[in-house]
Design a protein around this ligand. Structure first.
Ligand SMILES: [Cu+2]
Length: 503
């Protein structure tokens, strides 16, 4: 029996006793994902916030004597792991000790626009050198996270390029606990720099089917731009790669015992990068995507996560040794993207071996059939790239509309209670991790193949591919939809839904 089912009361007692370590969870290094320092032991309703987060500049030691400065939560990276109980109201006080107004977004939660943490939806800013107290009911259960929702633009110290990222785990009433150990992993890069052109993985998704019409449109637009002498738009590369705030080999290893079942909760906290993870000699049994239990848990040799995606996966520990749990990209792994997994009693240099070729598909974890019902309405969206169109940055459009920051006029209108299908067509060669705020959606078609039952809040739409998702309009208020790649969302790849009354 795992410790996931710890009640909030037990949790508070345990954290109070343990100081900076929360019960039942493995923590690593000085930048550990500890919860204790975010928690003041108070009962709800007495006017005192139960959780306090403080946004401030701080130094993060990602390896011995290798220190980066960033904006963090509570002076640590990642921010404290927040454990909530589904449906149990919480009060969180967010202090902003920086010069810039901030937004703290509760990613993947069904909350109000006042709480959600997006200026475009009307959430008030946490003022510079100010404080904001919010009360909300955490839901749905599962792995969520919190992060800044500020626009960064060309500032590689702002927005999610900073260290403002932390995990949230919302416990269900009947949380199943068939694991021996629970480990949270936050993937994150530091020290970004702009370059023209990049090396983002593009060919890891299955099915690989591209839509010829989208490809022709995208290729001809790019060709025309390059013919005019325009260089490729800026991409971001990074100097340092970390898991739980430490470069590979410089943090505490994940310590396991032979025979254990370890539940990994992985969060891609990157502003821009798609990440992969493999553990030589082991497979991952994926049990949840974006915190939501999948219809069919299945074993895979590699995990792939776009920015803001989360995966919960069980690993059966039956290959004693010292291993590298790391990214498939050699360069990124060599610069830190990995963590050592060490069996009890085993010693030696951590071993990495690349996994066999493997393509990632959400459909692997889906129910056999597609969606059971037709939606009330289908919304078509085509994503296009305008090469280097905004001061050297690529500009992005949804149905030819480039979102302008600060706009609160909704382009799409929903009616409460109706079921909507988003039919997304990607006329660019980039993979886009698109995200819908305050709602979850079901994946119903991926690159032409029907699927069903997988509930997420971010979906990667492959280059020149199509994807369809469906959701019920069940949380009135302005609702942001955007690509979670910071460079894309900051340069136009965003839109708003609102709710309208029936005529
Ligand atoms: Cu994108």
């Amino acid at each position: 029996m795992g410790r996931v089912g710890l009640s909030r009361r037990e949790f508070l007692r345990e954290t109070a006793r343990a100081g900076t370590a929360a019960a039942g969870t493995a923590f690593f290094g000085t930048n550990a994902m500890a919860a204790g320092d975010a928690v003041a032991v108070q009962s709800p309703g007495d006017g005192v916030a139960e959780y306090t987060l403080r946004i401030a500049a701080s130094a993060i030691e990602i390896a011995p004597k290798r220190i980066v400065s960033s904006i963090t939560y509570n002076g640590q990276f990642p921010g404290p792991l927040l454990r909530f109980q589904e449906g149990r109201e919480v009060t969180v006080e967010v202090h902003n000790d920086t010069e810039a107004p901030e937004q703290l977004h509760w990613h993947g939660q069904k909350v109000s626009t006042d709480v959600d943490g997006a200026a475009e939806e009307g959430t008030p800013y946490i003022p510079a050198h100010g404080v904001r107290r919010i009360t909300f009911t955490p839901r749905p259960a599962g792995l969520r996270f919190y992060h800044t929702h500020n626009r960064a633009g060309a500032d590689l110290h702002a927005g999610q390029y900073s260290g403002q990222v932390g995990a949230v785990y919302i416990e269900a009433e009947d949380e199943p606990g068939r694991h021996d150990r629970e480990v949270f992993l936050m993937l994150k890069e530091f020290q970004g720099a702009f370059s023209q052109g990049g090396d983002m993985p593009q060919d890891f998704l299955s099915p690989a089917t591209k839509v010829r019409e989208l490809e022709e449109a995208g290729e001809s637009a790019m060709k025309a731009s390059l013919a005019k002498g325009v260089p490729h738009g800026y991409e971001v590369g990074y100097q340092y790669f970390t898991i739980n705030g430490r470069m590979l080999g410089h943090g505490e290893p994940v310590r396991v015992k032979a025979g254990e079942r370890v539940l990994f909760h992985v969060v891609n906290g990157s502003a821009t990068e798609i990440r992969s993870l493999a553990l030589p000699g082991h497979t991952f049994r994926v049990v949840a995507l974006d915190g939501n239990a999948v219809p069919q848990p299945a074993e895979v040799p590699v995990l792939w996560l776009g920015p803001a995606e989360r995966i919960s996966a069980l690993v059966q520990m039956r290959q004693p040794g010292v291993w590298i749990l790391g990214d498939l990209a050699d360069d990124d792994r060599h610069h830190g993207m990995g963590i050592v997994v060490e069996y009890a009693g085993q010693k030696g240099k951590p071993v990495w071996t690349p996994p066999r070729p493997f393509r990632w598909s959400y459909a692997r974890f889906a129910a056999q059939k597609g969606a059971s019902q037709e939606p009330d309405e289908t919304i078509e969206m085509t994503f296009t790239k305008r090469n280097a169109a905004e001061h050297g940055f690529n500009q992005w459009a949804i149905n030819e509309q480039v979102f302008s920051s600060g706009s609160m006029a909704a382009a799409y209108h929903l009616r409460e209670g109706r079921r909507y299908r988003l039919r997304m067509r990607n006329a660019s060669d980039d993979v886009h991790p698109v995200h819908l705020h305050r709602h979850s959606f079901q994946l119903t078609k991926l690159a032409g193949q029907a699927t069903g039952g997988v509930i997420k809040d971010v979906v990667m739409v492959g280059g020149y591919q199509e994807a369809e998702v469906e959701f019920t309009a069940d949380n009135p208020g302005l609702t942001l939809f955007h690509c979670h790649q910071q460079l894309h969302m900051d340069f136009g790849f965003m839109t708003l839904f609102d709710y309208t009354q029936a005529a």
